[in-house]
Ligand binder design. Structure first.
Ligand code: S3P
Length: 426
């Protein structure tokens, strides 16, 4: 279905977000692994987190959701049971990658499957290091379906990751939690560090990047979690608030993890008027409020070690770039090609619908400001929730609005997106 979005002249008011998606997946997995009952408040209500919940139920965790809080009765060390069916990760890369770490150390066989998009995303990056630990895994040419078989011996490894990926890192940590000896993981550049924070893992900075240590003594115990608001869901509204005229937006109780707010630091360097007010810490994670005011922005290059920390916000940052002064250059972002869609191509195809000249390269794209719309754009979502939200934001910023199709996909991470947009638009 195609929908038309009319321009907004002002955004103001307060916004609250359901819990951060990355942290929600982890609270569920750690609670299911722990012995006894854990409580999770403000869990993310998107379909991805639902996929993790369903898979963990099939593995024997009891999960009750009363719509307010989620109660998880965990199975304890080595307490998972063989699932009767294949485990379906749906659209969720985090579910597939994280559960791979857990399934590869079980003494029963299991198979992970996913939807069409997830079945095109690489699993080799997770399976290869897990095989080095002794895991018996069969992939489908490096992709899903992936089957796990009991292994005679799982042992600790020292592994240098060549791609900075929080999903790969966490899969190895989840396997390493089942081994007495130290598993040591080095990552070339910092990716999101929720797993390390939530489990209290030792992390040391070295010349080759961060070194993370894990062993069985860090196995999760039952907990009472409050998941701070999803900062990646908030990023769309932060960019809208900066670019709309006369904005004054207050975003409440969102995650302020330094790595996850790298996109805010980037926007501030571009001239954004964003104020952060830290309030508290939950599960090792700082959270608080963010005030956003209309701003005039200047483009700066987006490249290097900064990329893994703002990987999910690059599509919406390209909208900020479109309304900023100076040339926009994105480099070193190959990883965007293997997300829910090929996000380099998805953004480039949509931006060209504005009559904008965009140069696409293997690892990014660049453009100079100034576009000239000849026919009303109809943006594509490419079945990707973040591309959908990015181009809704762009649509409401265009003088005559724009159309976009297949918007149901926003439910993957933020089912409240349209209500939130309506509540702050004037
Ligand atoms: C995630 C890690 C990121 C991110 C994804 C969620 C996580 O992927 O893109 O949406 O929860 O660990 P990487 O594996 O590229 O870091």
């Amino acid at each position: 279905m195609i929908e038309k979005f009319e321009p907004v002249s002002e955004v103001s008011g307060e916004l609250y977000f359901d819990g951060d998606k990355s942290i929600s997946h982890r609270t569920l997995i750690f609670s299911a692994m722990a012995e006894g009952e854990s409580v999770i408040r403000n869990i993310n209500r998107g379909l991805d987190v639902r996929s993790t919940m369903d898979c963990l139920r099939q593995l024997g965790a009891e999960i009750a959701d009363d719509g307010d809080q989620v109660l998880v009765r965990g199975v304890g060390f080595r307490g998972f049971r063989q699932p009767e069916l294949e485990l379906n990760a749906g659209n969720s890369g985090t579910t597939a990658r994280l559960l791979s770490g857990l399934l590869s150390v079980q003494n029963f066989p299991s198979t992970l499957i996913g939807d069409e998009s997830l079945s095109k995303r690489p699993m080799k990056r997770v399976c290869e290091p897990l095989r080095l630990m002794g895991a018996q895994i069969k992939t489908t040419n490096g992709f899903l379906p992936v089957s796990f078989f009991p292994s005679e011996e799982i042992s600790h490894i020292k592994f240098e990751m060549n791609i900075p990926s929080a999903q790969v890192k966490t899969a190895l940590v989840l396997a390493g939690l089942h081994i007495e000896e130290d598993t040591i993981i080095t990552e070339p550049a910092g990716s999101r560090d929720h797993t390390e924070k939530m489990l209290g893992l030792p992390v040391r900075a070295t010349d080759n990047g961060n070194l993370i240590l894990v062993n069985k003594s860090f196995y999760p115990v039952k907990n009472n979690y409050f998941v701070p608001g999803d900062i990646s869901s908030a990023s769309f509204f932060i960019v809208l608030g900066l670019l709309a005229e006369n904005s004054n937006l207050l975003i409440k109780n969102v995650l302020l993890n330094t790595q996850r707010i790298a996109f805010i630091s980037h926007l501030q360097k571009m001239g954004a008027k964003i104020t952060l007010i830290q309030k508290d810490i939950s599960a090792g994670e700082p959270y608080g409020d963010i005030r956003v005011e209309s701003s005039t922005l200047q483009n700066i290059e987006l490249s290097g070690n900064e990329i893994p920390m703002l990987i999910d916000e690059i599509p919406v940052l390209s909208v900020a770039a479109l309304f900023s002064e100076g040339k926009f250059i994105l480099k070193d972002a190959h990883e965007l090609r293997v997300k829910e869609s090929d996000r380099i191509n998805s953004v480039v195809v949509n931006l060209r619908k504005l009559g904008l000249e965009v140069d696409e390269s293997n690892d990014g794209f660049s453009f100079s400001p100034g576009f000239n719309i000849k026919t009303e754009p109809v943006f594509e979502t490419f079945g990707d929730h973040r591309i959908a939200m990015t181009f809704v934001i762009l649509s409401v910023l265009l003088k005559d609005g724009a159309k976009i199709n297949n918007l149901g996909i926003v439910k993957i991470s933020n089912p409240e997106f349209f209500n939130q947009l309506k509540s702050i638009s004037r």
